[in-house]
Design a protein around this ligand. Structure first.
Ligand code: GLU
Length: 424
């Protein structure tokens, strides 16, 4: 059954989630959803657009546009990042907010899904302007967010510093401390241990579960990682410490390879000294394209979307792809990877560790508590193992991909909550 209103889902060039949104059609079909259920899943509960003036450093005043989409809150307050991007639009944010609802349901944390942001190019504004823009946006949306309504977090081009401005502006408006209004804060202001590495670490936990279902021997596995930002660098460091051979890694300038393994702490030092991973001693410089098709067992795209596509997919040698980036695989490539027998750990599972530790941060804030690193690590590990097990069971029962299984599990869980509330 094709959903009668599937045309409401938009696919534009900036959309990072085409693959998941297309796969949904099959999931709806497989779960035999009623038109009412599809309608309910297909529309965001609330979406807001705000316009606000900001004084620029030049003395001029400029109007800015911000959005926030609260997609589904059947399972709890909505949760999701705030991103700054010049091409941000409401349609794309709706899809991203929906995927946040999916991610939270998949890892079974009591949140719905949201996403928001400001239409701005952070490379074209000063730090002071960024602060004024952030604070003005929060003033506009302060009534629709809250610890039990909608909790923002970092996303593309926003970080800890932006979270502090969000926290501070919200607290000024409310006239009291409300640390649970935002996650991804610095530890000194109520942030959680492990949050800064949680996306990469959550991915590693899932990868290790996936490996247990294969006959691959960890000691012999070579890993190639695309991206040296927070996620790629942390993934490299964690895997290196766990004894994996990292045979290739790249940043936006290009990559380096050594089939016997790179000394990751030294690569990090080299990147710090020179600004790039290129020209690292005892390694060969390669392009980002060569990295994707390099001779490795595990490929971890941890940078941009749409990296593995119809053109390079046939040359991929990895047996496992762990998607730490959002939507690094195109729809065409995804279909071909199934035929090639490559195990793909989908982004909605692989990179869910970030929002899981955001949930731990929120609990700590609400309880005015502080959890030691060990406690956060243990709970993150258990959450990711459980999520993997749920997905794996569906894969076996239904003989389907992990992406399909993950979407199926999450949609069932959201619809169950809607049914319990009497909305269906
Ligand atoms: N922006 C991150 C994500 O897309 C984190 C969201 C959060 O922690 O709420 O998963």
């Amino acid at each position: 059954m094709i959903p009668n209103n599937i045309e409401r889902i938009h696919f534009d060039s900036m959309n990072t989630c085409n693959l998941c949104m297309m796969e949904l059609e099959n999931v709806y079909d497989n779960l035999i959803l009623s038109p009412e259920e599809i309608d309910l899943l297909d529309m965001p509960k609330r979406s807001f657009t705000v316009h606000f003036p900001v004084h620029m450093d030049s003395g001029d005043t400029k109007m800015f546009v911000g959005h926030r989409v609260q997609y589904n809150d059947a399972r709890g307050p909505t949760k999701g990042g705030i991103r700054y991007h010049p091409e941000l639009n409401l349609e794309n944010l709706k899809n991203l907010a929906f995927l946040m609802a999916i991610k939270c349901a998949l890892v079974n944390i009591p949140f719905g899904g949201a996403k928001g942001g400001i239409v701005v190019n952070t490379k074209e504004i000063s730090r002071d302007e960024m602060e004024r823009i952030t604070r003005a946006y929060i003033r506009e949306i302060s009534d629709i967010i809250g610890p039990f309504k909608d909790i923002p977090a970092p996303d593309a081009y926003t970080d800890e510093k932006v979270m502090v401005w969000i926290l501070d502006e919200f607290e000024r408006i409310k006239g009291k401390h409300v640390p649970s209004i935002v996650t991804g804060k610095p530890i000194e202001l109520g942030g959680s241990e492990v949050r800064n590495i949680s996306t990469a670490l959550g991915g590693v936990y899932v990868l290790e579960e996936a490996l247990k279902t294969t006959d691959l021997d960890k000691a012999t596995l070579g890993v190639a990682i695309q991206g040296f930002g927070n996620v790629g660098r942390n993934a490299a460091e964690i895997l290196y410490e766990r004894g994996y051979r990292i045979c290739a890694i790249s940043d936006s300038n290009g990559g380096i390879a050594n089939k016997d393994g790179l000394d990751i702490p030294k690569v990090i030092e080299h990147k710090y000294q020179t600004g790039t991973v290129l020209d690292f001693p005892n390694s060969k410089n390669i392009s980002n394209e060569e990295l994707l098709t390099s001779d490795c067992d595990i490929l971890i795209p941890a940078a941009l979307s749409k990296q593995i596509d119809g053109k390079n997919v046939r040359d991929i040698k990895a047996k496992i792809i762990m998607e730490l980036a959002n939507a690094p695989t195109t729809l065409e490539a995804s279909k071909m990877l199934i035929d090639q027998g490559v195990l793909v750990i989908p982004d909605i599972l692989a990179n869910a560790g970030g929002v899981v530790v955001s949930y731990f941060e929120w609990i700590q804030n609400l309880n005015q508590d502080y959890w030691e690193e060990e406690r956060v690590l243990k709970k993150l590990n258990q959450t990711m193992i459980d999520a993997f097990a749920n997905v794996h069971m569906i894969c076996i029962d239904e003989k389907c991909t992990m992406r399909r299984a993950a979407l199926q599990f999450a949609i069932r869980s959201i619809l169950h909550a809607e049914r319990l509330r009497g909305n269906l």
